[in-house]
Every structure is written in C-alpha cells, then in structure tokens.
Design a protein around this ligand. Structure first.
Ligand SMILES: CC(C)(COP(=O)(O)OP(=O)(O)OC[C@H]1O[C@@H](n2cnc3c(N)ncnc32)[C@H](O)[C@@H]1OP(=O)(O)O)[C@@H](O)C(=O)NCCC(=O)NCCS
Length: 234
C-alpha cells in the first residue's frame, strides 16, 4: 500500500550529471536477459524535477529489452505522465485514485520523482523516489510505492526500477538511498539485500491514511524496517 505523507519540495538537480556508472550492457536477472541500452545513463540523467514537456518525457525514456519464454518484449522506464494516473489503478482500483492524483501533484512539484515502466503504452510498474527521505534518515532519498504487475514479475523489471532510482540519486550527488520493507515481505527484502541494501534497526510501525472511493479515511499500519544502500559502492 502506498504511503502518502506531507508535501515538501525536493532538492533541485545539479545542471550537469556527476560521474555516473553506466550499467553494463547486459544484466542477467532471474533467468531474463536485460539489455541496457547505451543511452541508459544519458536517459536517466535527463530526468528532472518539475512539470515535464512532452519532449523532456520522450528524451528521458529509458529503454529496456527483456527476453522471456514467450520471446522478446520491449519496455521502457520514463517519468510519470498525466495519462498514467488512472491507468495505475490496476493496483488498488478507484480506492487509490485520490492517492494517485496526490502522487501526480507531488511529482509535478518535484517533491518526488515517479518513474513508470511502460509496455505497449501502458504503465505495468511504478516507483516513487521521495527526495527528502524520512525523519530518521534526513537527506537520504527514499524509494516508495514500488510495484510491478503480477504477470510481469520475476523478469528483472523491479530491479531495473530500483537501478533507475539509484542512478537518479547519484546524479544528484546523494551518497545513500533507502527504502522500508514490511517484516512479513521476505521475498522483497531478499531482493533488496541482493541489490546491496542493508537493514537499519530498529524496526518500527509505519502508518498512513488514504481516502477511498467512498470518501472514507482508511488507516493502514505496517511493521517495517529501513534498508539503506551506500551509493559510493555502486
Ligand atoms: C517487489 C516487486 C516490485 C519486484 O518486482 P519484480 O519485477 O518481480 O523484481 P525482479 O524480477 O527484479 O526480482 C525478482 C525478485 O523479487 C522477489 N519478489 C519480491 N516480492 C515479490 C512478490 N510479491 N511476488 C513475486 N516476487 C517477489 C522475487 O522473489 C525475486 O527474488 P528471488 O529471485 O530471490 O525469488 C514485485 O514483486 C511486486 O510488485 N511485489 C508486490 C508489491 C511489493 O511487495 N512491493 C514492495 C514493497 S517494499
């Protein structure tokens, strides 16, 4: 469940990308072959805060090629667009509509960077990079609301979304990046630890509210632990 919280503005991006480790040409993930295009670093470096022109959105698209049993498929990662807002209701339905609208506003303001992975023009996954981070880890951008549509899981897409966040954080000279995982979400925690994220005790109860389709406030509480990655080790 996504975690709406108070709007704050993010740091402006520096005008030039600092040294980015361009990802290797081919990454293997869960049996799927993920071919990163040579435009990877350039494309991610093109992401910036604030409302985007159609040209900026097009120029910052990050192509991914995946191969699975049914053959190759083409996807790309790009910043959230307004037309994605309703499409993302494949998770949560109209109950999360107000959240997705809120997320779009925060994205336009630059408080968070929302990236979607697109297949045939449809957003099949998303991640939100919250620039201000958490009170316990100020200045450490926080990865939130990561999810991939069921049918497309296990192909390396979630890993690529995380990698795109890390590149964007590196571009803004952030030394660390973090996320929280529920204690009962062992598969996701295993994935993050494999990608270099390390647990920071203590665990705690995170809680947030959202307004559902009937206008009711829904309170959610989750027992989570923060995981942090040192980006200087990338
Ligand atoms: C977590 C998630 C984004 C990973 O996306 P993905 O595209 O499947 O990720 P990748 O293909 O790069 O990596 C696959 C790994 O994710 C793990 N994983 C984590 N949560 C999973 C889930 N709910 N279903 C399937 N696989 C999951 C797989 O177990 C696999 O790791 P393994 O090889 O050790 O088994 C995706 O599974 C998802 O949307 N899960 C539901 C929402 C969620 O739990 N989000 C994380 C909140 S912290």
């Amino acid at each position: 469940v996504p975690r709406p919280d108070s709007p704050q503005f993010g740091k402006p991006a520096p005008p030039l990308a600092p040294s980015l480790d361009a990802p290797s040409a081919t990454v293997s993930s869960g049996g799927a072959s993920v071919a990163s295009e040579e435009t990877h670093a350039r494309a991610v470096a093109g992401l910036s805060c604030g409302p985007r022109t159609p040209e900026q959105v097009r120029d910052s698209a990050l192509p991914i090629s995946l191969r699975w049993d049914a053959g190759p498929i083409s996807l790309h990662i790009r910043p959230l667009e307004e037309s994605d807002v309703r499409a993302l209701e494949w998770h949560g339905g109209p109950d999360l509509r107000s959240f997705y609208e809120w997320q779009w506003e925060r994205h336009c303001e630059g408080e968070r960077e929302v990236l979607v992975v697109v297949f045939n023009g449809f957003p099949i996954g998303q991640v939100a990079l919250h620039w201000d981070g958490k009170p316990a880890h100020p200045g450490v951008p926080d990865i939130q609301s990561l999810r991939v549509m069921d049918l497309f899981r296990g192909l390396g897409i979630g890993s690529k979304l995380i990698e795109a966040c890390e590149l964007e954080a590196s571009r803004r000279t952030c030394g660390k990046i973090g996320l929280a995982v529920a204690l009962d979400n062992a598969p996701a925690r295993r994935l993050y630890e494999r990608l270099g994220y390390r647990a920071h005790e203590p665990s705690y109860f995170d809680h947030w509210d959202y307004i559902n389709a009937r206008g009711e406030t829904v309170h959610v509480e989750e027992h989570v632990i923060d995981l942090i990655k040192d980006l200087s080790q990338r």
